[in-house]
Design a protein around this ligand. Structure first.
Ligand SMILES: C[S@@+](CC[C@H](N)C(=O)[O-])C[C@H]1O[C@@H](n2cnc3c(N)ncnc32)[C@H](O)[C@@H]1O
Length: 330
């Protein structure tokens, strides 16, 4: 419908809406793009043109246009993030003397965390504690590759983007048609975007969100119309990867870690947020397997993988299928 204007940046912004919009709306948009080259780049200009009713003069009734599709992007509380600048909190340490004492252990493992570390990988001090080491991130990406996991899943949501360890591996696997990565801390998100560039991740192959992933997933499941059009995805073809922060009483000391006390998010809180989609939880290696088993759908078993490096387990990956919709009474 948009002919030569389909690649215009403003048109691209509207494409995720394509199915919901009537044909007439696309005609109106095409007219506007044809008549005003500025509207091809500037969503405000396009929105204004459509709203001023210029098309009515051309005999097209704008009342039938789904205006939510062309709403000003800043009206959405969650929207794709811009490329954020690195801040004073983002560091590329080059020598141990610069590194705070509590992350020196991780700094000495920097090349097994990011093999391209010396190319300028940046991290916030907090991110060192939670980043998934590259070999583990690559193994998870491999586990989810089309040969090993349902190829009908084509969209991946990384609910806790961090400094980009997992997101980068998912993007480099080239298995996903879309990746949406969410991180609520702006400095950490800036590091992730920067690190993805260092690793040669195609710009645009990851949609970054600066925000709360629980809010995003809640809106995605319950009120997708509230989301920016670029963030609306089909639940059936989407899966969630979640590597939440690990903490809580006994997390470092208990032989078996009680996931109901995990902080800041318990096992149930995570599962509740993701259960409509297949999801992978990346959990402490000592996690209580009995609590995990309870999440298996009726009559099914869950796959649980211990991810090891240098002979020791580093973490547990739990692969959980989407909850089945209730059987229809027909
Ligand atoms: C364990 S780290 C993730 C590490 C990441 N997989 C990596 O390899 O770099 C958890 C991250 O989740 C972020 N976070 C915590 N709660 C969040 C929330 N509700 N929504 C989005 N991000 C959150 C934290 O700021 C932190 O960067």
């Amino acid at each position: 419908m948009l002919g030569p204007y389909v690649d215009a940046p403003t048109a691209q912004l509207l494409l995720p809406q394509a199915r919901q919009m009537p044909q007439i709306a696309w005609q109106i948009i095409r007219n506007a793009l044809e008549q005003n080259p500025h509207a091809r780049d500037d969503i405000n200009c396009l929105t204004e043109l459509l709203a001023t009713g210029g098309q009515v003069a051309n005999g097209i009734n704008t009342d039938r246009l789904d205006t939510s599709a062309v709403a000003e992007p800043s009206n959405f509380s969650l929207k794709p993030a811009e490329r954020l600048p690195l801040t004073d909190e983002c560091h590329h340490y080059t020598g141990k003397h610069e590194v705070p004492w509590d992350i020196q252990k991780y700094f000495s493992q920097r090349y097994s965390i990011f093999s391209y570390y010396d190319s300028g990988v940046h991290m916030t001090d907090d991110a060192w504690f939670g980043v998934t080491p590259e070999p583990v991130a690559n193994q998870i990406a491999y586990e989810l590759s089309e040969d090993h996991y349902d190829p009908e899943k084509t969209i991946l949501i990384d609910a806790f983007g961090g400094a980009g360890g997992n997101t980068i591996a998912f993007a480099l696997s080239e298995r996903w048609s879309r990746i949406i990565a969410i991180e609520r801390d702006p400095a950490t998100l800036a590091c992730a975007q920067h690190n993805a560039e260092i690793y040669g991740v195609e710009p645009g192959s990851v949609t970054w969100i600066l925000g709360d992933s629980f809010e995003y997933l809640d809106q995605l499941v319950n009120s997708p119309e509230k989301l920016h059009p670029d963030l609306r995805v089909d639940l059936q073809t989407t899966m969630v990867f979640a590597s939440p922060p690990w903490g809580g009483p006994g997390y470092r000391t208990d032989e078996i870690f009680d996931l109901s006390t995990m902080q800041p998010y318990s096992l149930n809180q995570l599962h509740e947020a993701y259960k409509k989609m297949d999801h992978v939880l990346f959990l402490p290696r000592t996690s209580d397997i009995r609590q995990i088993a309870k999440l298996a759908p009726e009559g099914e078993k869950l796959e649980v993988i211990q991810y090891c490096a240098e002979g020791a387990s580093k973490a547990m990956g739990v692969y959980i299928p989407a909850e089945k919709p209730p059987a229809s009474s027909d």
